[in-house]
Design a protein around this ligand. Structure first.
Ligand code: ADE
Length: 229
């Protein structure tokens, strides 16, 4: 087992890197891959950068060059579902790219044309390990759909649409593209996001304030999870 752990931003994986026993640092596609052990598991931790393209490139490198057997994406997200507030955690059951739109051809928004799935389903074992690990947290945790797109959502209308169109619990900018690459390579994955804002008009402000709490939460969850998988 080799676990690939992806965060979009340095601050999302910094605590993990501090805990990790690092054997090697490898630079590829302008990303630094830290190879070593975390808990007792062979692990590669990487900051992929923001957005779907960075995330996809990074995930394929983890598969091809580092031969990861599982991928875990951690980080922050905007909360969408009822009662989901900053500090809460959402474990994805599945992910959709909300900015994929070929509805002109009759497709549902989010459907990747000519792919035989609408959503990308997370691995049950990884979901269950995340769920168990979340039980030890003080924060509330939820399991459901996360949507991703190359947009920082800061509009009430947009979150209403993401909720009604996709029944999404949270939105971010990488998870569903990591999920697609894992799907294409048949690699089990899960996405765990701590809510940093409510994706509304004050999103930017909340984001700065809650990011440290959110990052602490996801680091704690990962620590617990690694003992269970
Ligand atoms: N990540 C954290 N908050 C977000 C938001 N409001 N939109 C997109 N990605 C996010």
């Amino acid at each position: 087992m080799v676990i690939g752990i992806i965060g979009a931003m340095d601050e999302e994986v910094k605590l993990l890197k501090d805990e990790m026993e690092i054997n090697k640092k490898i630079k590829k596609a302008n990303m630094e891959f830290f190879q070593g052990t975390l808990g007792d598991k062979p692990t590669v931790v990487v900051t992929c950068g923001i957005g779907k393209v960075n995330a996809a490139v990074c995930t394929q490198i983890l598969v091809d060059e580092f031969h990861v057997t599982n991928v875990i994406n951690v980080g922050v997200a905007g909360g969408i579902g009822d009662g989901i507030v900053p500090g809460d955690v959402v474990v994805a059951s599945n992910l959709v790219q909300h900015d994929m739109d070929t509805s002109a051809f009759g497709d549902k928004i989010g459907q990747i044309p000519r792919l035989n799935t609408f959503d990308f389903k997370c691995d049950e074992t990884l979901i269950n390990a995340a769920k168990k690990s979340c039980e030890a947290l003080e924060s509330n945790s939820f399991i459901g759909r996360i949507v991703s797109g190359d947009q920082f959502i800061a509009s009430v209308d947009k979150i209403r649409w993401l909720s009604s169109e996709f029944e999404a619990l949270a939105c971010e900018m990488e998870g569903a593209s990591i999920a697609q690459v894992c799907y294409l390579n048949a690699i089990p994955f899960v996405v765990i996001r701590s809510i940093s804002d409510n994706a509304n008009t004050g999103a930017h402000m909340d984001y700065q304030k809650f990011i440290p709490i959110a990052v602490k939460n996801s680091t704690k969850i990962l620590r617990g999870m690694l003992k269970l998988i």
